[in-house]
Design a protein around this ligand. Structure first.
Ligand code: NAD
Ligand code: TYD
Length: 354
């Protein structure tokens, strides 16, 4: 039986965080799982309906930048493990509002680290601060270059990746300076249920079902490495329990796709599942101006994680896309709620006096 633990998961109402919360609540009944989330536009408690009344689950609405509150949460729940996912996560938004990204991703991470350091007060036995980061900190690859490894130098380009790179450096600095036990992982693009529909895959599924244009940036030749979100959550579970302190692990799917090829797979899959004839929604593809500073290619080598901890992706991409499209088409109310902004108003009212 697993030892009792009190784990703070930040950003648990977001896309990846909700899968991590669900996995930990279901797999570790002896752990107390404290999900702390500010519920920004990207946070949605609907993502966690199935675990919200579990006895080992607690939700706290708070901003990770609120240092005094972080201290209070660490003390009240005797937190001994942190899985830190809370962040501003969308590159296009970071280009429009970089300050928000520096605030949450850099200052928010610093506030949590400092709270961990203060509350753990040098007693680091059984403690872990696990920081979830992105492969985008490594910059961009050429089309014929080798994959990102854990030794690749940081070279972020977007305000999003710059803020995540900075937070990664702070996490390592807290280990090297104060001895806080930390782990950092850098993962490739995730896809699957509950992803906010401003990211490529859910946005395009939603647009296809509504017959709206599919805005492909530039020529659609940029390459991303896609990983099914539950495989990422499984990797986080493995690393939280078996990872070595002060290490970095890359997590990826060995699954590179040019955007335009991926969009065509999405069109084919959604059309088939909706009963449309093949090619029906292809005319929705619309080439639009490129994203500023658009990174050409991300591709990650996760062989260290496989050889040292035995993790590898479990789902083939075709199967993952099939499941993902089916989930969005079967959960149209979730999509419609989010795209109408109704849920944000609901949470503002519900939590405004707390
Ligand atoms: P998301 O945008 O779906 O969710 C982020 C969550 O953080 C939301 O619930 C939001 O309410 C919360 N949040 C934002 N600011 C906060 C604050 N100041 N205080 C408390 N909570 C706050 O993001 P995601 O896609 O689930 O990504 C989660 C983490 O994984 C991020 O750290 C991201 O950088 C990293 N990551 C994401 C991907 C990906 O493909 N989505 C890939 C690699 C790494
Ligand atoms: P995104 O899901 O925003 O993830 P990231 O930028 O973090 O990789 O975008 C994935 C790819 O899809 C990226 O190359 C940008 C491209 N893209 C489009 O072509 N059109 C869109 O509307 C969006 C949101 C993304």
């Amino acid at each position: 039986m697993a030892a009792k633990r009190n784990i703070l998961i930040t950003g648990g109402a977001g896309f990846i965080g909700s899968h991590v919360v669900r996995l930990f609540v279901n797999n570790y009944p002896d752990y107390r799982i404290v999900n702390l989330d500010k519920l920004t536009y990207a946070g949605n408690l609907e993502n966690l309906k199935d675990v919200e009344s579990a006895p080992n689950y607690t939700f706290i609405r708070a901003d990770i930048c609120d240092y005094e509150r972080m201290i209070a949460v660490f003390r009240e729940y005797e937190i001994d493990g942190v899985i830190h996912l809370a962040a501003e996560s969308h590159v296009d938004r970071s280009i429009k509002e970089p300050f928000t990204f520096a605030r949450t991703n850099v200052m928010g991470t610093l506030s949590l680290l400092q709270a961990a350091k203060e509350c753990w007060a040098g007693d680091y036995e059984g403690k872990l601060f696990y920081h979830i980061s992105t492969d985008e900190v490594y910059g961009a690859l050429d089309f014929n270059e080798e994959l990102f490894t854990e030794q690749t130098k940081y070279a972020p380009h977007s305000p999003y990746s710059a803020s995540k790179a900075s937070s990664d450096h702070f996490v390592r600095a807290y280990h090297d300076t104060y001895g806080v036990p930390t782990i950092v992982t850098n993962c490739s693009n995730n896809y699957g249920p509950y992803q906010f529909p401003e990211k490529l895959i859910p946005l395009f599924i939603n647009n296809i079902r509504k017959g709206r244009p599919l805005p492909v940036y530039g020529k659609g030749e940029n390459v991303r490495d896609w990983l099914y979100v539950e495989d990422h959550a499984r990797a986080i579970d493995t690393i939280f329990h078996k990872g070595k302190v002060a290490e970095t692990y890359n997590i990826g799917g060995f699954n590179e796709w040019r955007n335009i090829d991926l969009v065509k797979v999405l069109v084919r899959t959604v059309d088939r599942q909706l009963g449309n004839e093949e090619g029906y929604s292809l005319p929705l593809i619309t080439y639009v101006s490129d994203r500023l500073g658009h990174d050409a290619r991300y591709a990650i080598d996760s062989s260290k994680l496989k050889s040292e901890l035995g993790w590898e992706p479990s789902l083939q991409f075709e199967e993952g896309i099939e499941k993902t499209v089916r989930w969005y088409l079967e959960n149209e109310a979730w999509l419609d709620n989010i795209t109408s902004g109704a849920y944000e108003r609901y949470y503002e009212e519900q939590y405004s006096n707390r």
